[in-house]
Design a protein around this ligand. Sequence first.
Ligand code: DGL
Length: 280
Amino acid sequence: MPDFSDTSISPDAPIGVFDSGIGGLSILKHIRAILPHEDLLYFADSSFAPYGGRPEEEIVARSLAIAAFLVEHRAKALVVACNTATAAAIKALRARYPSLPVVGVEPGLKPAAALTRSRTVGVLATKRTLSSEKFRLLHQQIGAAADVRFLPQPCIGLADQVEKGELQSAATAELLHGYIAPLIVQGADTLVLGCTHYPFVQPLIEKIIARIASAPVAIVDTGEPVARQLKRLLSERNLERIEGTGTISGFTTGGESALEDAFSRLLGIHPEVMRVAAGN
Ligand code: DGL
């Protein structure tokens, strides 16, 4: 485990980023833009995706196993690029690696509360995220303080559509319509993307909104604030790399070609991808 009292830890060490699958690439995109000199290790736990319907203990166990793999590969920081894994496992990860910066991602209720005029906000996320204690507390705290009504909407099957590359298909449009329309009918003028897979269907979400909503609807995605928080933590510890061109390496418990294809389609990049046994 890296020890930050040990001055031999170099800013040249990589940053570990993980998700149940390819959703975390929506966070990786912002990390690359904000921290272009950093080497990034991206881990997709594709043979276990989606996490959204799995028991919490299983997600904790997978997150700890992936973190151990990334730390073995010298990660100087971890980004849990998955709302579901953050809700289930961030406490356990911070307890296991107390001196490592661990950045998580959670639904952007606070920015949404600042944006909404109708005081009604739809929250699109996995069933696991929405039923977590972490989300319950966030909901309670922000909802009461800002006098906003949050409408949690579990989007069963949506992360799967993104994993399959169906970003514009009729089936994905139908699924999304079924989730979004009731929120608009109830007065939501702001939608939170509470799963890192969902920014990849934002164009389709916007098309559906344009068809069914009579007033503008704001969409909240927390990818950029997460990357900024990572930069802040690295810089506070003098661990930010400030020169050189960052590299990206991909690891997956699924098929290499699926992750290679996602890198290429979603980010236009072609990093090397290695398959990792699921026991890791
Ligand atoms: N990308 C994930 C999230 O942010 C999880 C999707 C899933 O595996 O169900 O919640």
